[in-house]
Structures are given as structure tokens and as C-alpha cells.
Ligand binder design. Structure first.
Ligand code: NAD
Ligand code: UGA
Length: 466
């Protein structure tokens, strides 16, 4: 008979742990869900009215379940000991040091979790890999757990998360699929029964451990590859008079290609695409497959090129100099409806514009100025983590943080749209044009605004890929 899970512990209260556990708590009132983290501030925020992450609909779910069957705490040991099932949902960033630096995943935090579970557990536990991990990590997790000296026993499952930020709640309510990899039927079924509380059974896919681990990296690699593919074509469109949005529509109607994820942009960002592809590249090299590694690496190379191309086009168009020119930056998040700026294209575009000595006036509806400042500082540091005097001066004197798009555009030579926030579409563009230097340039890195309308209103408008 299947194990009925009654208590879940999730290690890691981040963008994945927080929302996924809130959804399990909402859909499974009979399960006690506790999210633990070593970061006290994060836990305090989850327990406050201002959650650490912004996701439409998340606040409502957390408010509904918190204090009932959803708890956030730093009491890691006790919560693990008490649980039947433990999710590992900690960060797996790209390694910045040693072997595989700049490519391999840093598994330090995952290993620490496995060791902690081995140390404090009693009885039987199902350990679930929720973090995105290189294929064969479960092997290491199993080895560490098997060295537990408490007499506890373990099953290890892989259950990667496919939610996208900004739509986390929607994605969790009705996922395209839930993937569960494992070796032991009873353990697999225990997790299947948790999800079956709200996900139709035909969407619960079970596989072996390695397929599950590898499917997550592969899914992200394919998604990012589509963006890089259409972005590559956007460059050719700009050179030839084709329009990339028309090309997207034309190819997307082929049901074998499909319409989604074909939006040309200033480049993909986010904490995962680049990290996961580089991890895949590293794995291919590790397993002696250099041609396969090079194939996937091009997806990241193309993305870097797209960000550079955007800045180059701005500089060239604005008479080959942006020095001392005020440029409004609309949006800093890596996509709309999130406050996440990790690997956002905006960071690199702003850095390159600052190095051209432009004066930036940045506005994002969800990102705090101190977040933006920290990201820019970190991307401008040298390899010793230091900022030279020139760069510090640029950061101090050439960056202003504004309260809205119009304020940022006031007296500016150009607007650069870097995030597709809906509110940018509804601006009073006549007033904005009048407040700007002429010609009033718009560089729309998201093809968000209405091209013809802005041209009618007297802007000199450039999008991506036309
Ligand atoms: P995150 O950085 O937002 O959160 C991770 C949390 O784990 C942090 O709060 C950190 O303090 C905590 N942590 C680290 N080590 C710990 C330990 N030993 N004990 C307790 N807590 C610890 O990361 P995230 O964005 O939630 O990503 C988590 C994993 O999920 C990554 O592997 C990522 O690739 C994957 N993923 C992320 C997304 C996404 O949209 N962000 C989507 C799918 C998968
Ligand atoms: C992505 C995947 O979509 C999720 O399935 C996965 O779980 C997640 O990574 C992860 O593993 O972290 P996320 O990065 O949150 O989710 O957001 P996406 O919607 O995938 O967007 C990623 C980037 O690509 C954004 O910068 C977005 O603007 C860009 N993008 C996306 C485009 O430029 N064009 C598109 O057509 C789609």
C-alpha cells in the first residue's frame, strides 16, 4: 500500500521552495508543510506581509495557509527529523572557482543538505531532489545518505520544477506535467499521491532517476535555444528588411514548430537558462562529448551577442556617441511580473552604456534601487571583486533611479525598453515625447510598444529584428 505522506519538509525558501510548498499546502490540507532556510531574513519575510518574492497570486495562497498547514522556520534539524518526505530546493549556482569554474553547478549546498538529512534523520524518509541538478547527482545523494549512522533509511526521488517566474502560481496549479524519477515504486507512488490531489494523473510522468534529472536540463536548453534561434534570425532581419515578429508568426503556425517561445528580445535572462546550459556543456565535456558541448554552448554565445548588438545599435543610431546623454531604462527585471533581476539582460546593457559614459535613469515597478545598484556594482567589479575609481564614479554619478517611466524619460535622449511590463504600453507618449530631447529615440528591446503609433507621435523607434 502507498505511503501516505503527512509531513513535508522543504529545505530552501527561495523562488522555487516558497511557491511550490505554498501550492502543496493549499491543495493538500491534510499535509503539514514546513519550509526551512538558514537565511533568517528570508524566513522572516515569508512570515511577514511583504513576501521575499513577487509572484501574482502568491500572497493570497500564503496568507490562506500560513498558520494552518504552512510554516516557515529556521529550525532545520527538528523539521527534517519530523518529516516523512524532505525536498531539497536549495540554489545550485554556476561554480565560480576551481574545477569547472564558470560552467559546472556548485553542488556544495545540495551536498550540505544531504549530509544534514543523514545526520538528523530517524526512521524512513523519502528525499526529493527539487533543485535543478546535473544528471547522476542522485548517486552522490544516495551515497551520503547511506553513510548515516542513525539507523535511518532513505529513498531518493528526482522531481524537477518547471515553473517560470511571473507565472509560478498558474504553472503550479496546472502544470503541463509533473516529472518524478526514482527506483522504488512505493516511494514514487507516495509523491504521485501528493500531486494527484490536484494534478490530473495523466500529467504525472514517472521515469528512472537519470532521465528525470537530465530532462530538466534538457527542457531549459531547448527553451533557451528557441530564444537564441529567433534572436539570431532577428539580426538577419535587421540587415535585410524582414520583420522578425512576422517571421515568428509565420513559422510558429507550423504545428511542428509551435508559436511559443519565439519572441525575439534583447536576450534571455533569469537565474536558470544560462546556468543550466553551461552545466549541460560541462557535463558533455566531462563525459567526453566535445562536439555536443560546443553545440549547446552556442545558445549562450548567441545570447551574449544579442545583448551587445542591442547596445551597439543604440550607440550607432545616436550618432556614435551616448556620452553624457541621459537614457531612460524602462525595466530591469529579467521578464515582467517578477522582481528577480538575476542574469537580467538589463544588467549588461546598463553596464555597457555606462562604459560609454551615458547617464542612466532607471525605472522598474518591482525592483528596488539597492538591488539594481548591487547588480551593477557586481558586474563592473574586476576579478578581485574591486571597483576602480572610474567605475565607482560612473555608478555614483551616472545612474539615477526613478519612480516611473515618464520621470526617467524626462529630458532624455532615448528610452530603452528592457522589460515587457504592461504599464509601459499605457504611457502618455505625447507628453513623454515633449519632455525628451529631439530626435526622441526609443529602442524597444521587447517589441512591446506599438511601432506605427510611436512613429506617428514623432519618435524615432527601433525594435528588435526589423
Ligand atoms: P534561491 O536562491 O531563491 O533559494 C534557495 C534557498 O536555499 C536560499 O534561500 C538559501 O538560503 C537556501 N539554502 C541554501 N543552502 C541551504 C542549506 N544548507 N540549508 C537550508 N537552506 C539553504 O533559489 P531558487 O531560485 O529557488 O532555485 C532553487 C533551485 O531550483 C535551483 O536548483 C534552481 O536551478 C531550480 N529552479 C529554479 C527555478 C526558478 O524559477 N527560480 C525554476 C525551476 C527550478
Ligand atoms: C524558465 C523556464 O521557462 C521554466 O520552465 C523553468 O522551470 C525555469 O526557467 C527554471 O528552471 O528556472 P524563467 O527563467 O522563470 O523560466 O522564465 P522564462 O519565461 O522561461 O523566461 C526566461 C527568459 O527568456 C526571460 O528573460 C524572457 O524574457 C526570455 N524570453 C522568453 C524571450 O526572450 N523570448 C521568449 O519567447 C521567451
Amino acid at each position: 500500500s502507498p505511503i501516505a505522506v503527512k509531513k513535508i519538509c522543504c529545505i530552501g525558501a527561495g523562488y522555487v521552495g516558497g511557491p511550490t510548498m505554498a501550492m502543496i499546502a493549499k491543495q493538500c490540507p491534510h499535509i503539514q508543510v514546513t519550509v526551512v532556510d538558514i537565511n533568517q531574513q528570508r524566513i522572516d519575510e515569508w512570515n511577514s506581509e511583504e513576501l521575499p518574492i513577487y509572484e501574482p497570486g502568491l500572497h493570497e495562497i500564503v496568507s490562506e495557509c500560513r498558520g494552518k498547514n504552512l510554516t516557515f522556520t529556521t529550525d532545520v534539524d527538528e523539521t527534517i527529523r519530523d518529516a516523512d518526505m524532505v525536498f531539497i530546493s536549495v540554489n545550485t549556482p554556476t561554480k565560480t572557482f576551481g574545477v569547472g569554474a564558470g560552467r559546472a553547478a556548485n553542488l556544495e549546498f545540495v551536498e550540505k543538505c544531504a549530509r544534514k538529512i543523514a545526520e538528523v534523520s530517524i526512521g524512513h524518509k523519502i528525499v526529493v531532489e527539487k533543485s535543478t541538478l546535473p544528471v547522476r547527482t542522485a548517486e552522490a545523494v544516495k551515497t551520503i545518505l547511506s553513510n548515516s549512522t542513525t539507523g535511518a533509511s532513505f529513498d531518493v526521488l528526482s522531481n524537477p520544477e518547471f515553473l517560470a517566474e511571473g507565472t509560478a502560481v498558474e504553472d503550479l496549479i496546472s502544470p503541463d506535467r509533473v516529472l518524478i524519477g526514482g527506483e522504488n515504486e512505493t516511494a514514487i507512488n507516495a509523491l504521485v499521491e501528493v500531486y494527484a490531489n490536484w494534478v490530473p494523473r495523466e500529467r504525472l510522468l514517472t521515469t528512472n532517476l537519470w532521465s528525470s534529472e537530465l530532462s530538466k536540463l534538457t527542457a531549459n536548453a531547448f527553451l533557451a535555444q528557441r530564444v537564441s534561434s529567433i534572436n539570431a534570425i532577428s539580426a538577419l532581419c535587421e540587415a535585410t528588411g524582414a520583420d522578425v515578429d512576422e517571421v515568428s508568426t509565420a513559422i510558429g503556425t507550423d504545428s511542428r514548430i509551435g508559436p511559443k517561445f519565439l519572441k525575439a528580445s534583447v536576450g534571455f535572462g533569469g537565474s536558470c537558462f544560462q546556468k543550466d546550459i553551461l552545466n549541460l556543456v560541462y557535463l558533455c565535456e566531462y563525459f567526453g562529448l566535445p562536439e555536443v558541448a560546443q553545440y549547446w554552448e552556442q545558445v549562450v554565445t548567441m545570447n551574449d551577442h544579442q545583448k551587445q548588438r542591442f547596445v551597439n545599435r543604440m550607440v550607432r543610431t545616436m550618432f556614435n556617441t551616448v556620452s553624457d546623454k541621459r537614457i531612460a531604462i524602462w525595466g530591469f527585471a529579467f521578464k515582467k511580473d517578477t522582481n528577480d533581476i538575476r542574469e537580467s539582460a538589463a544588467i549588461y546593457v546598463c553596464r555597457d552604456l555606462l562604459m560609454e559614459k551615458a547617464k542612466l535613469a532607471i525605472y522598474d515597478p518591482q525592483v528596488k534601487p539597492e538591488q539594481m545598484r548591487a547588480a551593477l556594482e557586481s558586474v563592473m567589479q574586476d576579478e578581485n571583486g574591486e571597483l576602480n575609481a572610474m567605475k565607482r564614479e560612473l555608478l555614483d554619478n551616472n545612474v539615477q533611479y526613478c519612480d516611473n517611466g515618464a520621470a526617467a524619460a524626462d529630458d532624455a535622449h532615448a528610452i530603452a525598453v528592457l522589460t515587457e511590463w504592461d504599464e509601459f504600453k499605457d504611457c502618455d507618449f505625447e507628453a513623454i515625447r515633449d519632455s525628451m530631447k529631439q530626435p526622441a529615440f526609443v529602442f524597444d528591446g521587447r517589441n512591446l510598444l506599438k511601432h506605427a503609433d510611436l512613429c506617428d507621435k514623432g519618435f524615432t523607434y527601433f525594435g528588435i529584428g526589423f
